[in-house]
Design a binder for this molecule. Structure first.
Ligand code: AGP
Length: 609
């Protein structure tokens, strides 16, 4: 999720472009750049590795005359945050500049094809392929060149491009990645989100998927996928800046909960080759080494630990590998005999958590290979691990992990299946079934999110309770742990996650009418056991909120409240069943007047031991 800006008007573009990027800084900040076309057709570009402060410094001494330009602040997905990988990206001769938000799934194939035709690449990004495609398709009409290029792209994009021969034209196009056109008085603002230019105009047009925008001195035109002109009535946006940065949601956490379909889809999007087999470029795990693995050791903290807990079940079932999982801060105090036959999987959204980094270093010291599952490209853990699987959840501003958790789960499914395929544990038929169901998880998450009202009613009903117990079995157990963590870290209420079968070995003593129990009970192989546990809970007078498979009549009869999720495969339910729990924690915390984005005592990244 990056910040994109474009400007065409009568002001000097450099300042206007930077101003817009500054307001999009929450969307990405590991590298940035601006290109401006001078009236004489000179393309002036300044790009930096680092945040917008670094760009500001570089722009101070840069003469970038011109009233047409584009800008970008990057959240790296492909290629570390270096100057070479910073946008805008240029074609071979520096005539065309492109900024992009999204993931081009077929960029490796496109890049090789372009290189075979003599195109010279300077970066590791997927975006640069767009600049060279436009170069190939350009014969004087930039809009037509972009349209032809779009036909070769697979994946999500918000693209803005300029050509030095056309200093009075900006073109843009979007698919699955937002772009807006701000309409000023004789000037036009393009951005990946409204906040960029809300101080300049309140009139915006929201481009639809498949549309192509052309802006010039006489106005703008928008055409649909078929090339025919479409018209959109400008919208008067009355949000304040703060609301706009949250996309209209009250809090970043809620916005990020609702971004999960995109986060999961983007994490899955670039992990398959053209034949549909899993292919993770930076994984660096040879098939032979995968087949010789003796054990997997998972190391993580907090929510990432819960993603690792789920992975334990997956690695055991699909890769037939024994799995040892340990809280990172405890990992180093165990004399865990880790050898070169072990694969250590470190899970971390930030890639900077000191406890997990310490575990990675200890594992490497003992000769193990380390794969890191990380959301932040170029973070410390990605530089120390032997291989990396990136989640593509985009920046997560809320301290409580939400979209990065479901993205981590998606990455774990892929890693477990990849190992399973290499070790012969996942048949073609089973692989196709699982991959097929993974691909339809994003719309199923959307369906769960549509059930928000039922969650709000539950939050209102139980907001005054002081203690909660979350129960789950099998892959529902990591979800119970995560649901409890979410509730306690943002509402400050006491909540415990427990294996449901363990309740009778102690925690059941806690239960009475004031201790709600949240039971993760989708239709799966442990459903009947969960029903028994729910009956035991009800017999002690405690209220039960079940997270269940939509249409299950049995559970509705015995529970006080039910939060529904659509049906899916047994091992994939966690991606769906965690969502109501995230919403429950959020709404209870809001009802209790808590600061959900910045809960007390917590930091987004714990870089101390
Ligand atoms: C979860 O909501 C918390 N933000 C926290 O437990 C977090 O998951 C933990 O600190 C690990 O962070 P990491 O994923 O960046 O390593």
């Amino acid at each position: 999720m990056c910040g994109i800006t474009g400007y065409l008007g009568d002001r000097q573009a450099k300042a206007v472009l930077f101003e817009g990027l500054r307001r999009l800084e929450y969307r990405g900040y590991d590298s940035a750049g601006i290109c401006v076309i001078s009236p004489e057709g000179e393309m002036g570009c300044v790009r930096v590795s680092g945040n917008l402060d670094a760009l500001a410094g570089a722009l101070e001494g840069a003469e970038l005359p011109g009233t047409t330009g584009i800008g970008h602040t990057r959240w790296a997905t492909h290629g570390p945050p270096t100057v070479e990988n910073a946008h805008p990206h240029l074609d071979c001769d520096g005539n065309i500049a492109v900024v992009h938000n999204g993931i081009i799934e077929n960029f490796v194939k496109l890049k090789h094809s372009l290189q075979s035709r003599g195109h010279r690449f300077k970066s590791q990004t997927d975006t640069e392929t767009i600049a060279h495609l436009i170069e190939e398709n350009y014969h004087g009409d930039l809009a037509e060149a972009l349209r032809l290029s779009l036909g070769e792209l697979a994946g999500a994009y918000g693209i803005v491009a300029v050509h030095r021969d056309n200093p009075d034209v900006i073109v843009a196009a979007r698919r699955d990645s937002p772009l807006v056109l701000g309409i000023g008085d004789g000037e036009y603002f393009i951005a990946s989100a409204v906040p960029a230019y809300l101080t300049r105009t309140r009139r915006f047009i929201f481009l639809e998927d498949g549309e192509l925008l052309v802006v010039n001195r006489s106005g703008y035109s928008i055409s649909g996928p078929d090339g025919r002109e479409v018209s959109h009535r400008p919208v008067e946006v009355d949000w304040d800046i703060d609301a706009a940065e949250k996309g209209g949601y009250d809090d970043f956490m809620l916005k990020e909960i609702f971004e999960q379909p995109r986060a999961v889809a983007d994490t899955l999007a670039d992990k398959f080759d053209s034949s549909g087999e899993i292919e993770v470029e930076e994984l660096c795990l040879e098939p032979e080494a995968a087949r010789e693995l003796r054990r997997i050791v998972v190391v993580a903290c907090g929510t990432s630990y819960h993603a690792g807990l789920l992975a334990k079940y997956l690695f055991e079932r699909w890769a037939a590998l024994p799995v040892e999982i340990e809280i990172a801060s405890e990992f180093r105090y165990r004399n865990l005999v880790v050898t070169g036959d072990d694969l250590v999987v470190a899970v971390s959204q930030s890639g900077e958590t000191m406890d997990t980094l310490a575990g990675v270093r200890e594992a490497k010291r003992r000769g193990a290979s380390v794969i890191a599952v990380v959301n932040v490209v170029g973070s410390q853990m990605t530089r120390e691990a032997d291989g990396v699987i990136y989640t593509h959840a985009g920046p997560e501003v809320g301290v409580a992990a939400t979209k990065t958790f479901t993205a981590q789960m998606a990455a774990m499914y892929l890693l477990a299946m990849h190992l399973g395929r290499l070790r012969g544990g996942v048949s073609d038929e089973k692989y196709r079934m699982i991959v097929g169901e993974l691909q339809v998880l994003p719309p199923k998450i959307e369906e769960v999110l549509e059930g928000r009202d039922a969650v709000i009613a539950c939050a209102e009903k139980y907001q005054h309770c002081r203690d909660f117990l979350f129960l789950g079995r099998s892959v529902g157990y990591p979800v119970a742990m995560e649901g409890a963590l979410k509730l306690k870290e943002i509402s400050y209420l006491h909540a415990e996650g427990y294996p449901a079968g363990e309740m009778k070995h102690g925690p059941i003593a806690l239960l009475d009418k004031d201790v709600p129990v949240v039971a993760i009970a989708p239709r799966n192989s442990v459903y009947d056991k969960m029903i028994s546990n729910i009956e035991e809970v009800k017999a002690r007078g405690a209220p039960v909120v079940a997270v269940a498979t939509r249409g299950d009549p049995e559970i509705e009869e015995i529970c006080d409240d039910v939060l529904w999720v659509p049906e899916t495969m047994e091992m994939l339910y966690p991606v769906l069943t965690v969502v109501p729990l995230q919403l429950f924690a959020y709404y209870v915390a809001k009802l209790r007047g808590c600061n959900v984005d910045q809960p007390r005592n917590l930091a987004k990244t714990v870089t101390v031991e």
